[in-house]
Design a protein around this ligand. Structure first.
Ligand SMILES: Nc1ncnc2c1ncn2[C@@H]1O[C@H](COP(=O)(O)OP(=O)(O)OP(=O)(O)O)[C@@H](O)[C@H]1O
Length: 245
């Protein structure tokens, strides 16, 4: 069973650069990602989506405001403690799968445990692959897998440490619609069957409709929150926001 976590952002500001070149990527973002929930983060290019994910995952620091994971303030942790938190409690999936070509699906899945010098239990590896529907592909190399299957191996690899929260940055961005649907179904199942907390950046209203809720960013602020919507309604709300923004 995966542990679940609530991630909270309170008045988070994040700027890049200095002086005239300062870019405000997050401009006072407050948001809550409840345990066992699936949130999509949308918004125009440059609106701050990736920055939000990087900061919430402790991969980057913020200028002001607060981020807590199950009540633990990331800013209050030492660099070492933050590294351990990232390693043990946070999973990250990117658009690029970043699998190691010389390793099988099972060996790729086990990699984070090996890097943490923990012996991977074969049944845990098998379970992580089964959770993304790839039990039958454990011995296959990345080149023998479709894009969607490779992305699901990347998700299994992110799950092997049983993270409290899984962040995914455009996980279906490089996939066709059929492969996307399989990856999204795998993420949905993690939330419904295993209580995983998932936060996913996407540009695709179809992908966003898989989530329970869509947060819309514009210029580093949360400007809309959509729940229970189908792809057409999400697309319409995004367009309406762009017109009035
Ligand atoms: N390392 C950086 N240095 C300077 N500016 C940055 C850096 N990373 C991001 N930015 C700027 O911060 C703003 C938010 O970027 P971010 O990558 O979070 O947007 P995004 O919504 O994820 O965009 P996209 O959909 O294009 O990936 C943008 O204006 C971007 O140019």
């Amino acid at each position: 069973m995966t542990s679940t976590a609530t991630v909270r952002l309170h008045a988070v500001r994040k700027t890049y650069g200095t002086g005239e070149n300062t870019v405000t990527a997050l401009d006072g973002v407050s948001a809550e990602f409840a345990g066992a929930s699936f949130t999509a983060v949308m918004g125009a290019s440059g609106s701050g989506k990736s920055t939000l994910l990087q900061c919430a995952a402790g991969l980057d620091t913020v200028d002001s405001g607060q981020i807590t994971i199950d009540g633990t303030d990331l800013a209050g942790l030492s660099e070492h403690a933050r590294t351990l938190l990232r390693r043990d409690r946070i999973g990250f999936v990117f658009q690029a799968y970043n699998l190691v070509g010389a390793l099988t699906a099972a060996q790729n899945t086990a990699l984070p445990l090996r890097l943490a010098r923990r012996a991977p239990r074969p049944e845990a590896v098998a379970q992580a692959l089964a959770e993304v529907g790839l039990a039958e592909r454990a011995g296959h190399y990345p080149a023998q897998l479709s894009g969607g299957e490779q992305q699901r191996v990347a998700i299994a690899r992110a799950l092997i440490t049983r993270p409290a929260v899984l962040f995914a940055d455009e996980p279906t961005g490089a996939l066709d619609s059929t492969s996307s649907a399989v990856v999204l179904a795998a993420l949905r199942r993690l939330v419904d069957a295993h209580g995983q907390t998932v936060v996913m950046v996407t540009h695709d209203p179809v992908a966003a409709a898989t989530a329970d809720r869509v947060l819309v960013l514009a210029d580093g602020r949360v400007v809309d929150e959509i729940t229970g919507a189908d792809p057409a309604r999400i697309a319409a709300r995004l367009t309406a926001g762009a017109v009035t923004a």
